[in-house]
Design a protein around this ligand. Structure first.
Ligand SMILES: [Zn+2]
Length: 72
């Protein structure tokens, strides 16, 4: 049996404004995470980052983050 969790889906906005995410990545939300805030918290555990952009937030998956930030 397959169940589909109702809630928000956070998908990748990276790597930049003009380019779609090559992986079309989305956060794998934990059970019980329903709000955008909760799902973003899940994403951070997987290496996602949230960037402030004018008027909204941009969610960036680990793959795009690696493409847009210099390696540390
Ligand atoms: Zn991405």
């Amino acid at each position: 049996m397959t169940s589909h969790t109702l809630g928000v889906e956070i998908s990748c906005d990276g790597p930049d404004e003009q380019t779609d995410c090559p992986d079309s990545a989305a956060v794998h939300a934990r059970f019980g995470s329903l709000s955008a805030r909760q799902v973003r918290a899940d994403g951070r555990k997987d290496g996602w980052t949230v960037r402030r952009a004018p008027g909204r937030l941009r969610d960036v998956c680990p793959g795009c983050r690696a493409n847009t930030q210099p390696a540390v």
